[in-house]
Ligand binder design. Sequence first.
Ligand code: 4AD
Length: 466
Amino acid sequence: GREWTEISALETQHSGQSVLIRGVAQTIRPVSKKMAFLVLRQYMSTVQCVLSVDKESVSPQMVKFATALSKESIVDIQGIVSVPKDPIKGTTQQVEVQIKKLYCVNRSVPNLPINIEDAARSEKEIEKAEQTGEQFVRVGQDTRLNYRVLDIRTPANQAIFRIQCHVEDVFRRFLRSEGFVGIHTPKLIAGSSEGGAAVFKLDYKGQPACLAQSPQLYKQMAICGGFGRVFEVGSVFRAEDSYTHRHLCEFVGLDVEMEIKEHYFEVCDIVDHLFVAMFDDLNENCKTELDGINKQYPFEPLKYLRKTLRLNFQEGIQMLKEAGVEVDPLGDLNTEAERKLGRLVREKYDTDFYILCRYPLAVRPFYTMPCYDDPAYSNSFDVFIRGEEIISGAQRVHLPELLTTRAEACGIEVKTISSYIDSFRYGAPPHGGFGVGLERVVMLFCALNNIRKTSLFPRDPQRLVP
Ligand code: 4AD
């Protein structure tokens, strides 16, 4: 085949060269019957292309054809790169392409439900447009999600999903380098894996079944099976009732489970090293993407320490108390209290990322190990970014009798998980692990206000299409 150039690769050093590019016609601006400007977009990059009638290749008919193209049509162009005298405004690339040949690969409909340039505006730009009386349409969340294939063409959205891919990639690479084995556990299971009502029930050839709320039970069984250290990247299903900015009915779970030698802090160490490596990597290798998001949704870079701060739940409660917020010392923190504590931690320790350990046992799932010194508490932790939870983790109960008692105490029908409990009867090592919500990590690293922004085709209590 011939050589195609990516729009992002078009640089001033290509001046005078002939290039072949494919892009989406973002704007088409006729100047006269003999001249038109096209802005072509590819992923996060745009370039201005000039169509000007000449003797050899460009006819007035070609200009007419080009100006009749609808926005978002797919276009191939062969042209010569040139560097204009004045800097170009509104495109990412600082060169122009003088069009010699133009071919429409596939047309878009003329009346788009979303104008990409409108969808890409920041709040500040919207305000400015409102003041100057410029014509534009504010694109609401529902419209965006209804026409998601158009919505995800904006540079910020292109960036969000590239960052998501990067997070997943660092997760895998880091864990593999630490001796973890990637596994896949079933998503069709007989009973709930986290307890509670938030399960999607279904019929499995006449047997009652449900979609896995997490890989929890099976990743532990992999540890019973002798793998030592495992991780999984997979879909997780929660029949959430509440419609919030941070809950989806389907999300991507990044799960870890590992043998513990002496203390569950070994699990916290993995969280610490993994996430510091991940944040470093994102800041180092995703500059273009972070800039792209920042342009539309400005945010402060995440503050994190070289060694991640660990606080005890009781210390957190105390900090809240001193700030005038009373919370139940044996209860869970609500969203408000978590946010407040996030702000207090930031003021005191200068970090947006920390681990809160030793939660009350009563608010943790049945499989959580009680503290050896005080069974009202547990060997468990949550991890927060900017005051919102991204991870929960713990040491697990590896003793079958205690596990049975705990399951019964939590109202779980033991016979639905008997094969899980039996797994601990054949010699099971002490172990622990954690689960991360991929969409939440991206949302909170970039301080986005809604988890739907970081799910390609979000599933929430009100949305099953597209
Ligand atoms: O806190 P969760 O429910 O914990 C578990 O699933 C355990 N099995 C983890 C473990 O290994 N102990 O979920 C883990 C993470 C949360 O911290 C959150 O980031 C994300 O999954 N999460 C959700 N993300 C989007 N929508 C939802 N409805 C979520 N529920 C949990």
